[in-house]
Design a protein around this ligand. Structure first.
Ligand code: IFM
Length: 448
């Protein structure tokens, strides 16, 4: 497999997110985000880790973008910290915050790296959470205000925009299970949060299209192949319900299909939060969608799980091998299955894989990190992307998650996903074997 197999206009990149990398949590006028609050709550994050410094990207972005260039990666996806731009969520903008992203975009371009911007990668201003956060419909106008400010500052140089990162994850983990910020639980939080996130994609998508008419506007969706544990009818039905929740909940309203209530009746509860006219506000004709895949899920019927009546059988309990540090089965076919699944919807213009990667326990020996499991993971997943491409499926790009090791949410710093190793004591960076491999793979003029 060589880069040329994917065609000359295939987009290659690496993805990152503000809260996971920037640190600088309270300097130069940044306000607190829900994650700054959540990481301070006892027992919420493994080992009590927080992201006050993270991988210090706010101060070290030049060094990190130089790695992107050195590894011949043409596209860098990052997110904008909303509370760095609007410390109180709305109202008075923080010029120093806008200046930072201005410098970051310039730095990318100076290194001939194209900046791809995600507006919302989970770090809502705490001031807005105090008003209900995603459960409050006003979040739509709050987010428009934020989006307009960011677009106003960098639209002349940024040509790829994404509205949300993985709405299923931030509404599910943050507003139903309470294991991510803001730590809320139950359907009375999840349903309004989910509906407003679905509406935000269209609302902010429309705003971006008018603010940045020459740009491609998209949004990203987490997804996993869902397999029933057995062929028994009740497991097959359970897998269908899990698929509706995990893979279909957000893409289908955006595509004008509506929420997948037929296959997951409990979703009818969303209707309570819908207002007249919402049916026509949900669809939006994105220029591309980002799909983000890491693994597959095996699902079994369960009487004990309310609403869903299905449970995920962990990779460990199934004896699946290999599994990553996140406990996720390495199952490369899943990325092919997801490209096929999302590509089969009518009106999906272009699919980019905007995240794929793995966490493994890395060790530094003689100044090197021989992360062969990650390298193999990337190669095997890329082979499946190529399979999809060669079958004529609609996939046009691939981004590795992530550039440097960083703060992996509830897992703290234990789960390392980077192509570049970070020593969180010294902030010293070492390009891992996987990073070197990706760099060589992408190099158009390899040394002979
Ligand atoms: O680190 C996360 C990222 O923020 C969103 N997608 C999944 C990654 C790995 O868990």
């Amino acid at each position: 497999m060589v880069k040329a197999d994917f065609g000359s206009d295939f987009q290659w990149g690496v993805s990152s997110a503000a809260f996971q990398t920037e640190g600088a949590w309270n300097i130069h006028g940044k306000g607190p985000s829900i994650w700054d609050t959540f990481t301070r709550r006892k027992g919420k994050i493994k080992n009590g880790h927080h992201a006050d410094v993270a991988s210090d990207f706010y101060h070290r972005y030049q060094e990190d973008i130089a790695f992107v260039k050195k590894l011949h990666i043409p596209n860098f996806r990052f997110s904008v910290s909303w509370p760095r731009i609007l410390p109180a969520g709305i109202g008075s903008p923080n010029t120093k915050g806008l200046d930072f992203y201005d410098r970051l975009v310039d730095c990318c371009l100076q290194h001939e790296v194209d900046p791809w911007v995600t507006l919302y990668h989970w770090d809502l201003p705490q001031a807005l959470q105090d008003k209900g956060g995603w459960t409050n419909r006003d979040v739509l106008s709050w987010m428009e205000e934020f989006a307009a400010l960011v677009a106003g500052r960098i639209r002349d140089r940024v040509k790829h925009w994404m509205v949300l990162n993985e709405p299923t994850v931030f509404t599910g983990a943050g507003y139903f299970f309470g294991v991510h910020a803001p730590g809320l639980t139950g359907l009375r939080n999840f349903f309004p949060a989910a509906h407003h996130a679905a509406l935000a994609m269209g609302r902010v998508g429309r705003l971006l299209r008018s603010e940045v008419p020459d740009a491609a506007v998209g949004s990203t969706f987490s997804c996993s192949g869902i397999h029933p544990a057995t062929n028994r009818r009740r497991d097959v039905e359970a897998a269908k319900r899990a698929d509706a929740l995990i893979n279909r909940l957000f893409i289908e309203p955006v595509l004008g299909i509506g929420y997948p209530v037929m296959d997951l009746k409990a979703l009818k509860g969303i209707e309570k939060y819908m207002q007249a006219g919402d049916d026509s506000l949900l669809p939006f004709d994105f220029d591309f969608i980002g799909i983000q895949n890491y693994t597959r899920e095996v699902v079994r019927h369960s009487y004990f799980v309310p609403y869903l009546k299905a449970r995920i059988c962990s990779a460990k309990s199934r004896g699946a091998r290999p599994i990553t540090d996140m406990g996720w089965e390495v199952y490369p076919e899943s990325i092919y299955d997801m490209i096929k699944k999302f590509g089969a919807y009518p009106n999906v213009p272009k699919i980019y894989v905007t995240e794929n990667g793995s966490a493994f326990p890395d060790t530094v020996a003689n100044g090197e990190v021989a992360d062969l499991q990650r390298l193999k993971y990337l190669q095997s997943h890329l082979a499946q992307v190529l399979r999809a491409k060669q079958e004529g499926l609609n996939v046009h790009g691939y981004f590795v998650w992530t550039l440097t090791d960083n703060f992996e949410w509830a897992e703290g710093y234990d789960a390392r996903f980077g192509l570049v190793h970070v020593d969180f004591q010294t902030q010293q960076r070492i390009v891992k074997a996987s990073g070197k491999w990706y760099g060589t793979f992408l190099d158009d003029q390899p040394a002979t």
